[in-house]
Design a protein around this ligand. Sequence first.
Ligand code: M6R
Length: 609
Amino acid sequence: MCGIAGYVGPRNAVEVVYDQLKRLEYRGYDSAGIAFPKGDEIVVTKRAGKLSELAQALSDKWPEAPLAIAHSRWATHGAPTDVNAHPHFDQTEHVAIIHNGIIENYLDLRQELISRGHKFHSQTDTEVAAHVIGEEYEKGGPLEEAVRRAIARLRGAYALVVVSHLENDKIVCARNSSPLVLGLGKGENMLASDIPALLPYTREVIVMDDDTLAVLTTEGIRLMDANGRDLPVEPMHVDWDVAAAERGGYEHFMLKEIHEQPQVIRQVLAGRVDEKFKVRLEGIFGEHVWTEIDRVNIIACGTAYHAGLMGKHLFETLLRLPTDVYYSSEFRYGDPVLSPRSLAIFVSQSGETADTLAALKLCKQRRIRTLGIVNVIGSSIARECDRTIFTQAGPEISVASTKAYTAQVMVFALLALYIAQVQEMPGVRVGEWVEELMRMDSLAEDALKLEPEIIRMAEDMKNMPLCFFLGRGADAYVAVEAALKLKEVAYIPTQESPAGEMKHGPLALVQPGVAAMFGATDPHTRDKVVSNMKEVQARGGTVVAITTDDDTIMDQAADQVVRIPRAKFEFLSALLSIIPLQLFSYHVARLNGCEIDQPRNLAKSVTVE
Ligand code: M6R
C-alpha cells in the first residue's frame, strides 16, 4: 500500500529517497514525507497530496544529508492530511519512523501510553508505534535493541523504518507481513517497499523475511531474527527491467492484483477479528442502531454492485434481513421507496463514482442512515457517508476490478457477522464463521495455484464467440462478476444468468463453439446444475464446471472441471470461485493480445453520470 524508502551513503540521501518514492508512485499515495537527522534533531517535512507537494516544500532549499527515510502514504487510519502523513515522532522526538501495514492493537497501546502522559498529534496507528519505540529507547539503546523490544509489543502487519539523531549513522528496520527489500551498494545501502525503487542504485537485493530486523550503515547491512541473533546476509541479483519491476514482475497490474488477494483478505480482517473469534468494527453505528434497521438497500455500480449482490445473499440467508441491491444510476432517478428505519449501503472502490455519490446525496436528503464500504480513504463517498468501513485493499490500478471485489465481499461478511453478534442471533455460528474467514487467505492461495490449469483452458477457449456464466444461489452472483471481467478485458460477449433461467430464453444462443462456465460450488444445488449443464451440452456447447475439491459428480457431467478448495460455508466457497474466473478472463485477454490494464472505452474512476 504505502511506499517506503531509505538511504545511507555518499549521495544526497534526501534526493535519493525522493527519487525512490517517485519510482513507487504506482502504489498510490495521498501524502508523503521525509526525515533526516541533523545535529541534535530530526528534520521532518511532510505534506498531504501528491509527491510534487512534498517536492515544493523541499525545493526552496533542497537539503543535503547522508542518511534519510521517506514515505508515501495510502491512508488506512485517519484522513490524508499533513498531520497524519509519515514520518511520525515518538514522545521525545529523538526517534522518527515510517510504517506500512496496520498495527492491530494500536487503540489499546494508545490508551496505555496516554495513561503514562503521552500526547498524540495524529489519528494514526504509526504514531502509536513510534511512541512505543521511543519508550523502549529511553530504557536504553542501541536503537536496534529498542526496536526489537518494541515490536514484541506490537500486533499486526508492519514494515517499520526507524531513525534517531542520537545514532545518526544508521537506519533500523523490521518486517512482519508487509514488504520490505534491502539494497546493497558499495559504501551505500538502502531499503524500499518494492524492488523498482532500488534498481537505479543497485541490483543486489535482500527480500526481508517476516520477524526479522536489519541495521543499515555505510559499512554494510546487519540482519537479525526477533531474538537478536545474526542472520546471514545473502543478496540476490535482480535482472529486471524497471517497468516490469513496478508491477512486481507481473506482466500486468490486473494479474498482480489477482495475486494480491490472499494479502488483501488478511488486510480486511486486520484488527477486525479477535482471538476469541469475535468481530470488532470500530467507528460504525452504535449497537442499538443494528436492532432498529428493518431493511437494507445496497447501492453501487459495476463490480461494486456485484459485491452488493453477494451482500444481499448473506444478509438474507444468514440474518433474514430484507435487502435490495440497486444500480446507482437507476436508484437516483427511480423515486425509491425508503423506510425511515432502513440503512443504505454505498459500495465503491474509488469512492468517487458520480452515480453512487448522487444516490448517496439523495439518501441524505431523505434522512436515511448511510454506510460506505469504500477503498480510498478521504474520497467523496467515504466523507459523505454517515459511517464508512474501509476495505483496506490497497491501491487498485487495473481498470478491471479484482481485489477490491474480494475485499468488498469480505467486508459484507464481517458486517453480517457483526450484526448477528450484536443481536445475539442464536442461529448464526459467528465464531465458526470468523474462524473460517481467517482461513480464507490460505484458501485463496490454494485457488491461485490453479493458474497453470486455467492457462491451458484459456488456450483452448480463447476464440469462443460467446461465453455463458451460470450458477445458482451465490454462484449466480459470482457469475455476473465473472462475466463482466471477460467482456471488459477480453471483449468477448457474455450471457450471464441464474442457471435455471437458461431454458426460459438464453438457451437459444447455444450452438457449437459457445462456452458455458458453471459455478457449482454449492452441494445442495449441484444436481440441478448438472441438469442445466446437460441442456447446454445437448445443443453443442462446451461446459466448464467450477466446483469444490470434494465434488465427485462433475467429472461425469462437464467437459472440463476446475476444483477450488472447499470452505466450510458455501458462501465462502462461491467467493473463492471468482479467483479462477478472474484468471480465466485475464489469460484469454492476454492470449488475444488485448490491452488489459486499460481496456478500450473504459476508465478506472467514473466521475461522470
Ligand atoms: O470505484 P467504484 O467501485 O465505484 O467503481 C464502480 C465501477 O465503475 C467499477 O466496478 C467497474 O465496473 C470496474 N471497471 C469493473 O471491473
